[in-house]
Design a protein around this ligand. Structure first.
Ligand code: CS2
Length: 491
């Protein structure tokens, strides 16, 4: 069978949606770092719709910061790929928004030239939490990439390095204004990126800073669409449906949402024409997403793994876990979380859990469990501090933290842990006895690595004692049984 490419568009079956625009007419106004599945099923879909509406300058040049794999797959099919929407019905759409992919380690200068290119009005990124190299919420100057970029910016290693070095060139050329927009599940991602870029500019080119202040905006956004890793089954199904081989299709749920901080310096792509929302204050939207959707995802991932589930929807079939997730959000997190006007917290929570039940779109607990040391500091810790500060209930959050510690221990034991800190976590795991002090020591070790020391709950004796008790109970009884006997949860 032939490979999907431009020539195949003319002969696709009628039920497959294809680009309405001619690819040669499209130019890239966007440079995107991190061309993974999430980007391809989210932002690229919004761009694809813009292109369909004749907004032809919002094609995307992608940058892979590490692996050439995505470039290799997509270059062989003219950067076209299929997005499968998996719900009650299945829909296939061939997407043409990606124009090209640069692999940064192969040619760092090509990436810098794009950052400096005045046709690029918007730089976006989905590089996952660990891509930001933070420690306790601050730029980690000892992380190898950051340390490298602090010494030498000629061949950057980090997102901060690529943007800073590219901005130095853009400033020298007196290039056009530009917006840098974070599209990861991060609190105040725009500010995080700005802070890192400024550290590097201070070090290497302080004279560029005034130009950046004047010409570059750093913005945040709330992104949402459940997008699993591509399975062999999906490749097979897509190839059957198209009649052409697609080596890199991507599946996603029907739901999609993108709320963008309206803080642009360059031209603002009209994403509001295709369903995105521009808002002045992004913070409440970020909080709601992280504290409800991502928080419960991480809870279900840890607890589902402990119960023996492979997928999130399976964990939700266990009534104790389903009830836990719902109550944790409604009883512990909602009371301390400001929900934007016009939005109902309870409805949002119910809808999120209904989306997670979508069995047409299996989402692996180990995918959510990936990099959990970087995720829970965004998803659970701020709400936990808020609950303790105002004396509200926090028993579910304590149980979740304890379950996470058990998840780390068990995943290490099974060789399942995929985490940038897995070596350090493994060292913290080495306890000889199994009395309460040892359990507590191990758990504190894990939590320190996950950045807990910069949160108040970590020094709250009563809360941490409770976490330890829950951890011991989970280790002894298993997660479901531990939940059923945990009296504090019924209070
Ligand atoms: C998930 C997210 O894998 C994970 O950690 O919680 O990727 C989640 O699916 C998306 O944020 C949904 O928008």
């Amino acid at each position: 069978m032939q490979r999907l490419n431009q020539a195949s568009l003319a002969t696709l079956p009628a039920n497959i949606t294809a680009p309405k625009y001619a690819p040669v007419t499209v130019s890239s106004g966007i440079l995107h770092f991190g061309v993974g599945n999430f980007h391809r099923a989210h932002q690229a879909m919004y761009c694809d719709e813009l292109l369909n509406k004749g907004e032809l300058k919002w094609g995307i040049t992608g940058v892979s910061l590490r692996s050439p794999d995505m470039r290799d797959h997509l270059a062989a099919q003219d950067y076209l790929y299929t997005q499968a929407t998996l719900g009650e019905q299945t829909q296939y759409k061939v997407v043409g928004a990606l124009q090209h992919i640069l692999v940064a380690p192969e040619d760092p200068q090509a990436v810098l030239s794009e950052v400096a290119n005045s046709n690029i009005q918007l730089i976006t990124m989905t590089i996952t939490e660990k891509g930001y190299d933070l420690a306790n919420g601050e730029l980690n100057g000892t992380a190898s990439g950051v340390a490298h970029d602090l010494l030498d910016l000629s061949q950057p290693k980090t997102i901060y390095g690529y943007i800073a070095a590219g901005l130095i060139q853009r400033c020298t050329k007196q290039g056009s204004k530009l917006t840098v927009l974070c599209c990861d599940n991060m609190h105040a991602g725009g500010e995080v990126v700005k802070a890192g870029v400024m550290v590097l500019l201070n070090q290497h080119s302080p004279e560029t800073i005034a130009w950046v202040d004047e010409n570059v905006a750093f913005a945040s956004s709330m992104v949402d669409r459940v997008t699993p890793a591509t399975s062999e089954q999906l490749k097979h199904d897509v190839t059957q449906a198209l009649g052409f081989v697609d080596a890199a299709p991507v599946a996603a749920e029907p739901f999609t949402q993108w709320i963008i901080e309206d803080n642009f310096a360059g031209e603002r792509p009209p994403f509001d024409r295709v369903g995105a929302l521009f808002v002045d204050d992004i913070t409440p939207f970020e909080k709601v997403k992280l504290r409800f959707l991502n928080a419960s995802h991480s809870m279900l991932a840890a607890m589902g793994y402990l119960a023996g589930d492979q997928f999130i929807h399976e964990a939700l079939r266990r009534s104790v876990l389903a009830q836990f997730a719902e109550q944790a959000l409604k009883l512990n997190i909602l009371p301390v979380t400001h929900v934007p006007q016009g939005m109902s917290g309870v409805t949002y929570i119910d809808e999120v859990l209904a989306r997670f039940r979508n069995h047409h779109l299996p989402y692996a607990v180990l995918q959510v469990g990936t990099d959990s040391s970087q995720k829970i500091q965004q998803r659970w810790f701020p709400a936990t501090d808020d609950a303790l500060r105002v004396g509200r209930a926090s028993a579910y959050l304590a149980f979740a933290v304890a379950a996470w510690a058990s998840f780390i221990r068990k995943a290490l034991e099974n060789n399942d842990l995929n985490d940038p800190l897995s070596e350090a976590l493994a060292q913290s795991s080495e306890i000889t006895n199994t009395d309460t002090t040892d359990f507590a020591t191990r758990m504190h070790g894990y939590l320190r690595l996950a950045g807990a020391e910069s949160f108040d709950f970590y020094s709250n004796r009563a809360f941490m004692d409770r976490v330890t008790q829950c951890h011991i109970s989970i280790e002894g009884l298993g997660v479901e049984q531990a939940l059923s006997v945990d009296l504090a949860l019924s209070k």
